[in-house]
Ligand binder design. Sequence first.
Ligand code: AMP
Ligand code: GLY
Length: 416
Amino acid sequence: MRILVVGGGGREHALAWKLSREAEVIAAPGNPGMAEDVEVVPISPKKHLELVDLCKKREIDLVVVGPEDPLIEGLADVLRENGISVYGPGADGAGLEGSKAFSKQLMANAGVPTAKFQTFTDAKLAKEYAKARFDAGKSVAVKASGNALGKGVVVAASFEEANDAIHQMMVGKQFGIAGEKVVIEDKLEGPEFSVLTIVGDQNFVSLPIAQDHKRAYDGNKGPNTGGMGAFSPVSWVHDGLVRQVEETIIKPTLAALKDSGITYRGTLFSGIMMDEGRPHCLEFNVRMGDPETQVIVARLGNGFMNALAASANGEFIEEPEVLQNAVVSVVVASEHYPILSSKGSPITFLEYPVGVKFFHAGTTMIGDQLVTNGGRVINATAAAGTLRDARKLAYRAAAAVSFKAARFRTDIASEE
Ligand code: AMP
Ligand code: GLY
């Protein structure tokens, strides 16, 4: 099988690395780390027709789309119209991530447990609603409805903070058109985990559970980021809890999509928060998690490629083999991520410990020199027999990544 992986971040590096064990993989545009593992072709995910051409010329059997943007922009539709098999939903299904307003409404219609919410296009009404929720003794999360790279959510501790966030999103256009509509929802309280589900026409299969660390600094302080590290397994998320998520969240959502005439083939990523002992859905994403994927693929044995291909082709999805190991990934980021990214600082690796894989998230080449090219730069990922050993190894690896003002959280997987 010949597979095209679309994208060039840490998640795509992990996907390409894993799939290259079972298939011939080409990546577009890829990154320098991916170029060490697979063939990379410099085509942007925005160039839908160039990607169609590439698929035809290289006789690609399956396209795996990594990031959400191309899915929201309809890349999967264009590929399918050209007879190409794709893992990833069309623009209609991608609305689950592209519009929080759509996603929350679908959850409400389907009876999926989620935080109480309202959607606004008028800043004044939004502020009044937030005020009313604080007056009723609640806190709120303010969310830009559109796609804001995981940064469009402010969990506000006070009305002033909520008011500010609404103002910046709706009046200050902090996230451009993504913030013209906002969702304001009650704050939930509890631990979080991510469920990544491979969805097809006949069935679905959830992958091993991973937990992400979203805040920028140790002790879950600082702003929300795309994710500062992840680990799997998550001991407290037992099988029964996963089945509960499948029954109360995933099945009704898939049924609601079907009722709306949407054929969904790809990943349904459910961001779950436990609140009053029950799983609630905070959000859906329509692609795999980053950096969750980096740990999940290292926990899978055979059958991952077949599962993605079965989803893409509308066939029955067999569960991939899950290894009895533990994996930790530490994101080595630039100093001011998520506020600023880093560009052009030379990167060196002081050592390559056995059992470690450095997935490249934000790197590029200047001449022969590997340099930083983003906020999240390298994902130091380690597998071992236990989480404790994987953690130790991942931290040794993270410390071996050297570039100007490199930084990482020191408490990834430490609560387990
Ligand atoms: P989202 O992009 O909607 O998943 O939000 C990003 C992060 O913000 C989540 O992973 C949570 O940590 C936090 N968050 C979002 N919504 C809520 C909520 N209703 N209550 C508490 N925290 C939330
Ligand atoms: N790590 C969270 C996400 O991929 O959205």
